[in-house]
Design a protein around this ligand. Structure first.
Ligand SMILES: [Zn+2]
Length: 262
């Protein structure tokens, strides 16, 4: 899910209470993700009833039902691509773990551990993802802890992987923001493509795809998604929200301004 305060408040003025209208755009965003990440079922996801306006959390992934992801969006939220792809990232984690658990005869939780451990190592984050999870819980409230949840970090990276650009990373990045190269140059496209390569390579194992199949998918997507997605990402995105704690504490002005210029 994505917490409150991250997108424009003024876009949340008029809405139809109840129903699934706020969640409906999730179907299209989910479809974008299925093009690259073929373990996501092609069938439309389940859109659960919109959550109450003003409640905590803008959009949610509520697990799988018969292998199909269930999503829900808050009534007064205009869903944008960044959030849509983020939620698809939670579905990717669940579907990946489900497949791996069945292939290796391990538990779902053990399969999640495989994915998150690989993710943590790939990011070069300190400690383990379990330690980050414990830290998140120790903060005492979901809104305080959200940015430190490993599954949320993974969903943020997945969102960038689908869109082909890091517009911002809202979860803690421990000084290793996806959009920053090792020499601290702001490279949002290169960062997203690194994320894409990571998720494709880990999916390759579980989906039993060849390198050729993976690169064919990636090539087809680079030609199509990037121009389309830039517009979708910019719609509804509040560029005045600075991205994240460690960048603020690091005083990285370059990041804050480059994002707004996207
Ligand atoms: Zn999330």
């Amino acid at each position: 899910m994505i917490p409150v305060d991250i997108i424009n408040k003024e876009r949340a003025s008029a809405y139809l209470p109840g129903g699934t209208d706020a969640g409906a755009p999730m179907v299209g965003f989910y479809r974008d993700a299925t093009v690259l990440f073929v373990i996501l079922p092609k069938k439309d996801p389940i859109i659960a009833e919109d959550r109450a306006a003003g409640s905590w959390g803008l959009a949610w992934f509520f697990g799988l039902s018969n292998g199909l992801p269930i999503f829900s969006v808050r009534d007064d939220v205009v869903l944008n691509a960044k959030i849509g792809y983020h939620e698809a990232g939670h579905a990717f984690e669940a579907l990946f773990a489900d497949l791996l658990a069945r292939q290796l005869f391990i538990t779902f939780d053990a399969a999640v551990d495989v994915l998150r451990t690989a993710y943590w190592q790939w990011r070069g984050f300190p400690g383990t993802w379990q330690e980050a999870l414990d830290y998140s819980y120790s903060l005492g409230s979901p809104s305080a802890g959200w940015a430190f949840l490993p599954g949320e970090s993974l969903a943020e990276a997945f969102s960038a992987a689908v869109s082909g650009i890091v517009l911002s990373e809202w979860t803690a990045s421990y000084g290793k923001d996806l959009a920053l190269s090792f020499d601290n140059v702001y490279t949002p496209i290169a960062g997203a493509l690194r994320a894409r390569a990571f998720f494709l390579s880990i999916m390759k194992e579980v989906a039993m795809l060849t390198d050729e199949e993976i690169s064919r998918i990636a090539d087809a997507v680079s030609a199509r998604i990037l121009p389309e997605v830039l517009g979708k990402l910019q719609a509804g995105f509040n560029t005045s929200v600075t991205t994240f704690i460690d960048r603020q504490t690091a005083g990285d002005k370059k990041v804050a301004t480059a994002e707004i210029d996207q």
